[in-house]
Write a protein that binds this ligand. Structure first.
Ligand code: AMP
Length: 216
């Protein structure tokens, strides 16, 4: 089964994709994660992407579609995939159809996480992760039990994404409204879109997603 998780930054796509990976053995394909890895590794793609990502603007369509195609080629044809943060424009949606068709795949579901934008700004600007093990934390909602020490691995090396500041978050949301939300009708016409309240608890959201996947 191949699905798209759609929603503005901070809607919880990455968290939910992680849960689906653990529970159903699906693979999360996050273009944001892939681009951050490319920036860290200093590759040509990373060099092209860095300034745009720091500003909250979108990376060119052909760059992200290229990396998605390459990643799919590394997976078995029966490996279910969760697209997280891709597609983000109409051009990418067309490319995804081609990329999937070329590989004998098709989209089963598009799940939109519907969220309140002002609450998201609080969610995003407060989040940080352990730089050693990747455990996620939040200034307001989930501080480590002992200040400055990771609950999981004991490291004190915490990290914040450079694009998780309020100004960039607002730009990322504007990009979502202007370029990503307009692609929903493409999938609505195919009858594969389900909207889910993304402001519920992590468990409520994941149960709602599982109910959609159980439909086929
Ligand atoms: P994310 O981790 O999904 O919030 O993505 C972080 C940043 O990476 C975005 O603000 C964009 O600059 C870039 N990015 C990620 N995915 C895409 C995409 N599908 N198309 C264009 N830019 C992307």
């Amino acid at each position: 089964m191949d699905i798209i998780l759609l929603g503005p930054p901070g809607a919880g796509k990455g968290t939910q994709a992680g849960l689906l990976e653990n529970k159903f053995g699906m693979v999360q394909l996050s273009t944001g994660d892939m681009l951050r890895a490319a920036v860290k590794a200093g590759t040509e793609v990373g060099l092209k992407a860095k300034a745009l990502m720091d500003a909250g603007e979108l990376v060119p369509d052909e760059v992200v579609s290229g990396i998605i195609g390459d990643k799919l080629d590394e997976l078995g044809s029966d490996q279910g995939v969760i697209f997280d943060g891709y597609p983000r424009t109409a051009t990418q949606a067309v490319s995804l159809d081609e990329i999937l068709a070329e590989r004998g795949r098709k989209l089963d579901h598009v799940i939109e996480l519907v969220v309140d934008e002002d609450a998201l700004v609080v969610r995003i600007t407060g989040r940080f992760t352990c730089g050693n093990c990747g455990e996620g934390y939040h200034d307001t909602f989930k501080q480590p039990a002992k200040a400055d020490v990771c609950d999981v691995c004991g490291s004190s090396d915490f990290k914040r994404r450079p694009d998780d500041n309020e100004e960039t978050v607002r730009t990322r949301m504007t990009e979502y409204r202007a370029k990503t939300q307009p692609i929903l009708p493409i999938y609505e016409e195919r009858g594969i879109v389900t909207k889910i309240d993304g402001m519920g608890s992590m468990d409520d959201v994941s149960q709602a997603i599982e109910a959609v996947l159980a439909q086929n």
